[in-house]
Every structure is written in structure tokens, then in C-alpha cells.
Write a protein that binds this ligand. Structure first.
Ligand code: C2O
Ligand code: CU
Ligand code: CU
Length: 511
């Protein structure tokens, strides 16, 4: 099985041909039809008892079997590998005991395809997705989005990557095939029977967000990966419910970033560490060709302080995970093997990103602002929590408009927005459905720095984003154009416990 030993394996999925309807693909057909069943199962994560999990099982009904990769023995996945322009049909079958619906995170698709909780289907029911991929090449993903059940459903295993390629990207000749490695980083807590434990600290976990005490990569704990002495494209997704990673190579090798949430950067950027919040993606170009056979490298999360749920803050009072946010730990051990493919130098120019001009924003003098604060026991956006159908007056935008959206995080001890005696130092990774945006600016108010000095050098704000981390005491402005579809979409904190507790709102794009 391999996985029990913590080895990652990535296999092309066995194609299950449709039993009754023989299909002859029209020449050059770009359509992909997949049956995706959300179901309960068990997988061997540790030696001993198998772990009960929830997962998506895919079967390709039409199109290339290479469009779907499975992570063998893992709860995660599958991985879609599609091309820009491709027409996708997915039939979701709900074999879970609870309602569910899939959201395609980062994709520009119509409202009915986007997985708003109002479209959730009951156990036994099905939902038909049918959309065209209009996003540029990038590492997108999908996960459940039912009302107040997103966090547990992701936690128990439901999530997969949705990788889009396009001609511009293919022309670069970046590492591909076995040299293109998706790495989904998550944290989980297991009991002595190898079963996942969720929200054992109740209210406190809900307020801070769940922090597991084991780190998993592609569903494997203590993950080991054998790589060749060659260059790799590593696609990292923080698929955790609430944990923030401060990613670095353990030996101090700088990280070469080539892409963020919405695909390639214009040019690679180099960071000593990368701050990766829940739902954010970053792609690295990692060249192991100069390394000796048998040598090892470790991807780690560096220590940091200044957040609630952190070992430094409030002791055991604020959350009692034995692996607090800001703890230092190993993520992945890489073992360098034999020489692999020849390394093509990393191009100095990767793509063209048309920069939005703030002067084109319809609200340049009056940014649409969203205040993130704690009220009572919940985190709110402009004083409000999620309502299934409500759209406030300041939550309506016009199709085609470029706007400045500003997220102001008042949850910093110095801001006085803490709850009574306890100060909250709460980061909020803010995500907007249906768009990709550009980060315009960030400000931190003096006296409210909290974790900022320890994490801000790890932001990669240079390209397209759909999720942006807003640290305690910080204000972040993004430039966003609502350009594809009218409809009601969501924006929310991607700390999934915050989201489920109501830190989410609708916004409406009207013509
Ligand atoms: Cu990945 Cu509504 O989120
Ligand atoms: Cu999303
Ligand atoms: Cu939040």
C-alpha cells in the first residue's frame, strides 16, 4: 500500500468505461464527463486499524482517462487535469449521511455551478455540473460547501485539486509528468484507534479554528517522497481548515515561486519563507539536480508567534491544540535519488499579467470596505453573519466594473475588539468566489503588529489571487473585476470554522 509507511504515490486512475452507452469521441473532442460520488470509506493511514474518511470517487465516462488522477490509498482527490477551454460535466452523487454540494474554488463559473449552499443536495440525490473552463492555467481546487457543514466535510477528507493548463503555459516547458507534483498540506488529529477527531475543544476550536496535531501531505502523515536529481514543479495547496504555514526549506535554500492562486506569475520571485493560509496555493520550481544521491531535504514550517491559538498567546486558555499555530514542524522529507531528466533553466519571464489600474476602479475614492471583527462569540463581516439569501445594499456590484475591496481586520489585541478579558489576535484568509483579484496594498497600524513582522515577508502578492490573508491589525486592498457572470456569489473567511460559524456573506453581480 505504501501509504502506511508515509510514501506518496500518484497513479493514473483506472478508467471505468460506461457499461451501456458506447461512446465514440468526436475527433478533437474537448469534453470531459465524470461521475463523482461523495461517499464514506476507510483508508489505511497508519499501521493497524484503517481510518474512516469521506472521499470523492471518480469515474471518467467520457474524455481522456488522464484527465483524472487518483492519490492511491488516500482520502484526498481525485486530481482533475484539464485544459483551458475544455467543457466539463460532473455528476455529483451524494452517498453521504448529510447534505453536500461542490464548490470549484477559484474557477470563473456561473452561480448554479459554483456550489452555493442553497444548491446543496440531500443524501441519495445528484447534482449535474456543466461548465466551460475559462480560467488561465493554474492550480485550482474543489471542496464541499453545504450550509454550516463545510469544515467537517473537508476535514473528513473531501477535497481535490483542479489543475488547468493552457498553451501559454505549455510553451514554457516547465517540469511535467512525474516532475509535476501536487502537494496538499493538511493537519488532522487522530485518536488511539486511528480515527479522526474533530473539534474536541468545542467552542474554543470553533472560535480560533481547528488545529490538528499531525501534519499530512496528500493524506499521508510523516510524508516521505523520493525525487530524482532534477527540477520539479511543486504545486502546494494549504488544504487545512485553519492552520497557517510558514514554509521553508530546512537548510535555508530560498524558495522559487512561479505561481499563486490564479496561475503563473510574470516572473519567478524568491522568498526565504512563504506564508500560506488556508485555501492559498503557491507553485515552486525546485531544482534538486545539484544534490547528491541519497541526500535529503526537508520542507518545514518555521515557528512564529503573535496569533491566538499560538503557544505564546494566553497559554492553554486559547485553544489547546498540542501543535499550536506557529509551532515549528516537519512537513515533507525529500530523498534525492538518481539523476533524472535534464534541467531546462527556469524562464526569467513566465507570463504576462495585465495589471489592473487603480484609476479604472469605479470606487477609487471610496473603496468598498469590509470590517472583520469579533462580536459576542462569532467573527463578523461589517457586523453581519451569513444569511442564505440576503444581500446587503453594499454587497451589490455591477458586471464589468473594476472595484477596490478593502478588508480591515480589527481583531488585534491593541484594537480593543477582543472579547472581554481575552484579546483575539485572529488572522482571516479572505476569499471571493467567482473572481481572481490583484492585491493593491497592505497597511498595518502601529501598535497592532502582532504576527505581522514574522509573517509578512512571506506573502506573494505579485500575481492573481482568490484568497488573501489579512493579519490581525492589518488592512488589505484588492482590485477585483466582476467580469464573467451575473448572479449571487459568496465571499468569506476561509478559516473553515469561521466560515461555518457565519463569517461569510453573499454578494451580487448584476448587469
Ligand atoms: Cu474554497 Cu467558498 O471556498
Ligand atoms: Cu471559492
Ligand atoms: Cu476568519
Amino acid at each position: 500500500m505504501g501509504l502506511g509507511a508515509g510514501t506518496l504515490t500518484l497513479n493514473a486512475c483506472g478508467l471505468i468505461p460506461p457499461a451501456s452507452t458506447p461512446f465514440t469521441p468526436p475527433p478533437g473532442s474537448l469534453s470531459l464527463v465524470v461521475d463523482l460520488t461523495a461517499e464514506r470509506a476507510t483508508v489505511p493511514i497508519f499501521s493497524g486499524a484503517e481510518t474512516s474518511i469521506w472521499r470523492y470517487q471518480a469515474s471518467v465516462q467520457e474524455g481522456s482517462g488522464e484527465s483524472i488522477q487518483t492519490l492511491s490509498g488516500s482520502y484526498l482527490g481525485p486530481i482533475f487535469r484539464v485544459k483551458k477551454g475544455q467543457h466539463i460535466q460532473v455528476r455529483l452523487k451524494n452517498e453521504l449521511p448529510d447534505p453536500t454540494i461542490i464548490h470549484w474554488h477559484g474557477l470563473r463559473i456561473p452561480e448554479e455551478m459554483d456550489g452555493h449552499p442553497r444548491y446543496a443536495i440531500e443524501p441519495g440525490a445528484s447534482y449535474e455540473y456543466d461548465f466551460q473552463v475559462i480560467n488561465r492555467a493554474g492550480t485550482y481546487w474543489f471542496h464541499p460547501h453545504p450550509h454550516q457543514l463545510t469544515a467537517p466535510q473537508v476535514y473528513y477528507g473531501l477535497a481535490g485539486l483542479f489543475i488547468v493548463s493552457d498553451d501559454e503555459e505549455s510553451a514554457l516547458g516547465l517540469p511535467s509528468g512525474e516532475y509535476d507534483l501536487p502537494l496538499v498540506i493538511q493537519d488532522r488529529t487522530f485518536d488511539s484507534q486511528n480515527q479522526m477527531v474533530y473539534l474536541e475543544n468545542g467552542m474554543m476550536d470553533q472560535m480560533i479554528g481547528f488545529l490538528g496535531d499531525k501534519i499530512l501531505v496528500n493524506g499521508a502523515p510523516n510524508a516521505n517522497l523520493e525525487v530524482k536529481a532534477s527540477a520539479y514543479r511543486l504545486r502546494l495547496l494549504n488544504g487545512s481548515n485553519s492552520r497557517i504555514y510558514k514554509l521553508a526549506w530546512q537548510d535555508g535554500t530560498p524558495l522559487r515561486v512561479i505561481a499563486t492562486d490564479g496561475g503563473l506569475l510574470e516572473a519567478p520571485v524568491v522568498r526565504d519563507y512563504i506564508t500560506l493560509a488556508p485555501a492559498e496555493r503557491v507553485e515552486l520550481w525546485a531544482d534538486f539536480s545539484g544534490r547528491a544521491t541519497g541526500s535529503e531535504m526537508r520542507l518545514v514550517s518555521l515557528p512564529f508567534s503573535g496569533l491566538s491559538g499560538n503557544s505564546m498567546m494566553g497559554g492553554g486558555m486559547m485553544g489547546s491544540s498540542s501543535l499550536p499555530n506557529g509551532a515549528s514542524f516537519n512537513i515533507l522529507n525529500l530523498k534525492i535519488g538518481e539523476k533524472g531528466a535534464d534541467v531546462i533553466p527556469l524562464p526569467s519571464r513566465l507570463s504576462t499579467i495585465e495589471r489592473h489600474d487603480v484609476k479604472d476602479a469605479v470606487n477609487q475614492n471610496n473603496p468598498r470596505s469590509f470590517t472583520l471583527a469579533m462580536q459576542g462569540m462569532v467573527h463578523t463581516i461589517n457586523g453581519l453573519v451569513f444569511e442564505m439569501d440576503a444581500v446587503a445594499r453594499d454587497e451589490t456590484v455591477r458586471l464589468g466594473d473594476l472595484e477596490i475591496w478593502e478588508f480591515a481586520n480589527l481583531e488585534s489585541g491593541g484594537g480593543g475588539m477582543g472579547m472581554g478579558m481575552m484579546n483575539m489576535e485572529m488572522p482571516h484568509p479572505m476569499h471571493i468566489h467567482g473572481v481572481q483579484f490583484q492585491v493593491l496594498g497592505r497597511q498595518i497600524t502601529g501598535g497592532n503588529e502582532s504576527a505581522y513582522p514574522e509573517l509578512s515577508a512571506g506573502f506573494v502578492d505579485d500575481g492573481w489571487k482568490d484568497t488573501v490573508l489579512v493579519l490581525p491589525g492589518e488592512k488589505v486592498q484588492v482590485l477585483v473585476r466582476f467580469e464573467n457572470y451575473v448572479g449571487t456569489f459568496l465571499y468569506h473567511c476561509h478559516n473553515l470554522e469561521h466560515e461555518d460559524a457565519g463569517m461569510m456573506r453573499n454578494y451580487k453581480i448584476k448587469s
